[in-house]
Design a protein around this ligand. Structure first.
Ligand code: GLU
Length: 476
């Protein structure tokens, strides 16, 4: 999704992340020098490389930023977009560091970007660009299962990750863990079930956790629970699509979905899968049955709703539109969708913001599971599933025999089912999102001076990273 609201940032994106960091650092007791080390971006590799394409030789600009190596490997996606620049990758790498800390994923933060519009290239050309980018990363030691592990981000997906894994393996013959050099791969290439939906699923779990707390909802004039909440989602890419789908499944009404060509609105709730199919077939989200077209697209962000989910790019809610936002809750599924200026306006209006560094951490959480799977060279559930089913069946048989009653077929199915890979991934993700939410909320509630949930989330991240540095010591 292109940024239709304002292409001009209010100031640097990295500067925004630093300002959030500095606001939170006031509520910690770490030495100033240590805080300086945490907030700076340690390494940035900007590269230019030639690729022979249909149109002739083209020089491509690309980046990889490694924000913090306090835990190794560092981790973060690769974005393909013409808006990619050094400031953006540094900001996104920093968010990765904080995100991993918040959800206890033992990685430092990184992010990469290739400055291209992927829609303008054929599959063959994209493969060439991706492989060449990977070889540049290998050349400078910016990739490897114990060094730096990329993943999908805006404009990339499993296909690109497979090319990266294959290129890395070709340059490192015999390296038994080579496949762990990247996550978000197709299942056939060492990917993990549940990764594609993970960020959206995590967003759903995170918002569900927040809206289940009665006291917090009372202040917003809302009933607790996801059921019947009016939700607007910006972006029908991977994150937006799955987020909208899980909200619909959870009983919410997804009343509007926005994409760059426009938005659609239906007060009774949209069928997310039908909308997805319609856009794929017609090439546009507009003119969906029974729905009202909203143009320009950004108007949808300003419509009345309970929960607004920006799931596209950064800088979508800024000082230009913040005062017109009517949502009671904003769930940041994208990275950096709300600028600090906008946040000031929104917090004053009493909007409850669930911040990106917590809410969209489901993707990297499941990337961590994929990396563990790659290092252990075995699918989760492969060893225990059948054994658990045997034990469960014996238990059910014994209960039925002893009681003389048989269990309902639905209950039986649940009890008998041994956990497969996807069950375990989803369970690990749910546990992670619930624990992290309770930790950040407790931090917020236990210090009356901490003004909002984002600040509390940064406090949690800073404390964990600082403690890690303190335990590590400073290398002479
Ligand atoms: N690109 C995703 C993010 O921004 C995923 C990163 C990863 O899995 O390493 O969180």
């Amino acid at each position: 999704m292109t940024n239709k609201i304002s292409d001009k940032r209010e100031h640097s994106f990295f500067g925004d992340v630093v300002s959030y960091f500095e606001r939170a650092a006031r509520y910690t007791k770490h030495p100033a020098g240590l805080l300086d080390q945490i907030k700076c971006c340690n390494s940035v590799y900007r590269m230019k490389f030639p690729v022979r394409l249909k149109e002739g030789i083209k020089v491509i600009t690309a980046y990889r930023a490694e924000h913090s190596q306090h835990k190794m490997p560092v981790k973060g996606g690769i974005r393909y977009s013409t808006a990619v620049n050094q400031d953006e990758v540094m900001a996104l790498a920093a968010l990765m560091t904080y995100k991993c800390a918040v959800v206890d994923v033992p990685f430092g933060g990184a992010k990469g970007g290739v400055c291209i519009d992927p829609r303008k290239y054929s599959e063959v050309e994209l493969e060439q660009i991706t492989r060449r980018y990977t070889s540049e990363l290998i050349r400078k030691n910016f990739i490897g299962p114990g060094i730096d592990v990329p993943a999908p981000d805006y404009g990339t997906g499993a296909r690109e990750m497979a090319w990266i894994a294959d290129t890395y393996a070709a340059f490192n013959p015999g390296q038994i863990d080579a496949i762990g050099c990247v996550t978000g791969k197709p299942i056939s290439q060492g990917g993990i079930r549940g990764r594609t939906a993970a960020t959206g699923r995590g967003v759903f779990y995170g918002v569900r956790e927040a809206v289940n707390i009665k006291d917090d909802m009372k202040k917003l004039g809302l009933e607790p629970g996801i059921q019947n909440k009016k939700v607007i989602v910006q972006g029908l890419g991977n994150v937006g699509y799955y987020t909208a789908k899980f909200f619909q499944q959870g009983g919410a009404d997804v009343i509007a979905i926005a994409e760059y060509e426009g938005a659609i609105y239906d007060k009774n709730g949209l069928d997310v899968d039908e909308v997805f199919k319609h856009r794929k077939k017609s090439g546009s989200i507009l003119n969906f049955k029974n729905a009202k077209n909203i143009t320009p697209s950004e108007k949808a962000l300003e419509m009345a709703c309970d929960i607004l989910i920006p799931a596209a790019l950064e800088n979508q809610i800024n000082s230009g539109n913040a005062k017109r936002i009517k949502a009671k809750i904003i769930g940041e599924a994208a990275n950096g969708p709300v600028t600090p200026e906008a946040e000031r306006v929104l917090l004053k209006k009493g909007v409850f913001i669930i911040p990106d560094l917590y809410l969209n951490a489901g993707g990297v959480t499941v990337s961590y599971f994929e990396w563990l799977k790659n290092l252990s060279h075995v699918r989760f559930g492969r060893m225990g599933k059948r054994y658990d089913e045997l034990v469960n069946r014996t238990l059910v048989d014994s209960i039925e025999r002893a009681s003389g009653k048989s269990l309902s077929s639905k209950n039986k199915e649940i009890i008998l089912h041994g956990a497969g890979e996807e069950d375990l991934v989803n369970s690990g993700l749910e546990e992670t999102m619930i624990n992290a939410y309770n930790e950040i909320r407790e931090t917020w509630k236990s210090n009356k001076k901490i003004p909002d949930l984002r600040t509390a989330t940064f406090v949690v991240a800073i404390n964990k990273i600082a403690n890690s540095y303190i335990a590590l010591g400073i290398f002479p």
